[in-house]
Design a binder for this molecule. Structure first.
Ligand SMILES: Nc1ncnc2c1ncn2[C@@H]1O[C@H](COP(=O)(O)OP(=O)(O)OP(=O)(O)O)[C@@H](O)[C@H]1O
Ligand SMILES: [Mg+2]
Length: 255
């Protein structure tokens, strides 16, 4: 049965997509992985498929959610890496949710949708939009584990406590089983003392909730969106730091 891991933070541009994409890719070397794009930007779709998100129009996560059945919406990237894509239509998820007589809990639509295929995978990796709306709440409620992304900026620091509060709220009200796997500190510019200070501040405040691995800002990682994962001659440089993170993550989610 797949472990479902959601990457989130409501602050935009905090490496949610890059990290969830790299993690899905690295895990797929050993495990059966499904990536799920819950963001209307379709960035995870683009990163992993290297195609235009509109290529999958009408066969996206939004259609799967409306049917509460994911089976017909899975796209194959490699034998071990599959994706359910997103395009901008998923932005209408909230209005669909409020306008549809739905018998169950509104926050559990994604989980119910993924349960139809959960047995086929070892890991399901969910990328979320930069907001705390229904797409994110559903992604948190579907998760066995949540990774909070912390990009070294003051605005992300301000977002972090609210994000963790939202996770606790979802745990209390919707899914008691969901756990916070940890905080991943990322996009650190090692030349900047303010970056280092923020990293230390988060460690002081959240202690062992922080993953030990800290991801620096690396040009090759930034270029993954352009170069993709296949036939990318700087791939190792782009993902090398994430190998350590994936080891830690597996350790935390397999306890
Ligand atoms: N470790 C890294 N080193 C260099 N650039 C990075 C790194 N991680 C992410 N980036 C770049 O930073 C930008 C934001 O990253 P990304 O899109 O993954 O963030 P996000 O949190 O998903 O954004 P959004 O909130 O819009 O969904 C992208 O241009 C990405 O290529
Ligand atoms: Mg993103």
């Amino acid at each position: 049965m797949a472990k479902i891991i959601t990457f989130g933070i409501q602050k935009g541009g905090s490496s949610k997509t890059t990290t969830s994409g790299i993690v899905a890719y690295l895990l797929s070397k050993e495990y059966r992985v499904l990536a799920v794009d819950m963001d209307s930007q379709g960035n995870l779709t683009e990163l992993l498929t290297q195609r235009d998100p509109y290529d999958f129009q009408g066969h996206t996560i939004f259609e799967a959610l409306k049917e509460q059945d994911a089976r017909r919406y899975i796209q194959r990237i490699t034998d071990n890496l599959h994706i359910i894509t997103a395009d901008d239509h998923i932005a209408r998820f909230s209005s669909w949710l409020y306008g549809t007589p739905y018998r169950g809990n509104m926050s559990l639509v994604l989980l119910e949708t993924l349960e139809t295929i959960q047995e086929q995978y070892d890991f399901i990796i969910i990328d979320t939009p930069p907001a705390l709306g229904e797409q994110t709440v559903n992604a948190l409620a579907a998760a066995n584990y949540v990774v909070a992304m912390f990009e070294a900026s003051k605005f992300c620091y301000s977002a972090l406590s609210r994000f963790l509060e939202t996770c606790v709220h979802v745990q209390e009200k919707v899914n008691r089983e969901m756990q916070i796997a940890g905080i991943l500190r990322c996009m650190i510019d090692t030349r900047r003392t303010d970056n280092k200070a923020l990293i230390e501040l988060v460690e002081e405040e959240y202690k062992e909730l922080c993953f030990q691995t800290v991801i620096t800002r690396t040009a090759a990682t930034g270029r993954l969106s352009i170069n993709g994962f296949e036939e990318n001659n700087e791939l190792n440089q782009a993902v090398i730091q994430y190998r350590e993170f994936v080891k830690e993550l597996i350790d935390r989610v397999q306890k």
